[in-house]
Design a protein around this ligand. Structure first.
Ligand code: ACO
Length: 338
């Protein structure tokens, strides 16, 4: 498609939603052989949110999306693409959660689809939205990261059940002719040779639902925690160093470094390797745990709602997740400050 004027994708607004129910470390002490002290020391997590039984990934996505749409000043009728990143969709695997979210929002006859890139899902979606907008194919893209992670967690497995929580985040990405509102850079990548680090073995074509799946708990997330931890620190640090060097930006000049919220020790190790000050690094893992694809937009929403994120300020996003996948993005916040 030929274009006369260049078009840029601007990050116009943010919204998030967390369920009411809190699962604290004290609650987990009653469920598995663990302690608040161990969890806080090893992960930095004190509590996480858990969706109600009849509250689904799409419901949380809709609540986050409603806020993002309202804050963008764009009307629902102007949205021409709806994207959702999730590894806990309403259904495995159709209809897509993006279709259900569109329907619940009353957005009709618009392209909608999901992607699965685990915790990297939201930043992966930013690359998709950016490409659609900059090619001139779409103008106003609703991007949602939503997870009911509790639906795939085995609450008898102490090595995983302490980590994850439920929630959703959403953003509006809009076409603009203002270059200064567009992305500076975005890099996304994957290495499937580490696929066994984070797996939900069923349901899928390898393990369709069967008695064996139920008996062996193959529907629950399995994780090589220690190996994932080490690779996460290495990958996140390398990725951020590369994107900053490529764009000749000093870590010191980033007001908001927003890493995937998996474990405070991972965030701290990456922040330290980059010599970031504490006030530059956004940390929400203590109150929400790891919410996978929702983690980064929930963290952006946190600093926006607290008034920390101002119009035009630079955000550096950095994420990794199952696949393995990873991605980083450098972009200004193009929406209104609170
Ligand atoms: N309470 C008490 N003890 C525990 C618990 C617990 N909840 N969980 C594990 N332990 C024990 C282990 O059994 C082990 O005991 P042992 O030495 O007697 O065998 C000991 O603690 C140490 O276990 P490690 O797994 O080595 O502990 P580690 O310090 O690595 O912490 C953790 C474990 C928190 C899981 C960490 O490895 C981690 O955060 N990894 C990264 C996970 C991650 O980020 N996953 C998400 C990726 S993103 C996505 O796409 C979903």
């Amino acid at each position: 498609m030929s274009q006369t004027k260049p078009v840029y994708a601007s990050f116009k607004s943010i919204g998030a939603y967390v369920p009411e129910k809190i699962l604290s470390n004290a609650d987990l002490e009653k469920m598995v052989d663990t302690t608040d002290e161990w969890i806080v020391k090893r992960t930095g997590i004190s509590e996480r949110r858990i969706a109600a039984e009849d509250e689904y990934t799409s419901d949380m996505g809709v609540k986050a999306a409603e806020l993002a749409i309202e804050r963008s000043g764009i009307s629902k009728d102007e949205i021409d693409l709806v994207l959702c990143a999730t590894v806990t969709p309403d259904y495995f695997n159709m209809p897509s959660t993006a279709c259900i979210i569109s329907d619940k929002l009353g957005i009709k006859n618009v392209q909608a689809f999901d992607i699965s890139a685990a915790c990297s899902g939201f930043v992966y979606l930013l690359s998709v939205a950016k490409a659609f907008i900059e090619s001139g194919m779409k103008k106003n893209v609703l991007v949602v990261g939503a997870e009911k992670f509790s639906s795939i967690v085995d609450y008898t497995d102490r090595s995983t059940c302490i980590l994850f929580g439920d929630g959703a985040g959403a953003a509006m990405l809009c076409a603009t002719d203002k270059k200064e509102e567009g992305f500076i850079d975005l890099h996304a990548s994957a290495d499937g040779s580490y696929a066994d680090f984070l797996v939900t073995p069923a349901p899928g074509s390898i393990n369709p639902v069967s008695q064996k799946v139920i008996d062996e708990g193959l529907n629950f997330v399995q994780m090589k925690g220690n190996e994932t931890f080490k690779l996460a620190v290495k990958t996140l640090t390398k990725d951020v160093k590369e994107i900053l060097a490529k764009n000749e930006i000093n870590a010191d000049d980033i007001p908001h470094f927003i890493p995937h919220q998996a474990n405070y020790r991972i965030i701290k190790a990456v922040g330290d390797a980059l010599k970031m000050r504490e006030d530059q690094v956004v940390v929400t893992v203590g109150k929400y745990g790891n919410t996978s694809a929702a983690s980064i937009p929930m963290a952006i929403n946190d600093i926006w709602e607290s008034g920390r994120l101002q119009t035009g300020e630079l955000m550096l996003l950095d994420t990794f997740g199952g696949g393995l996948t990873w991605a980083s993005a450098l972009l200004p916040f193009a929406g209104k400050s609170i």
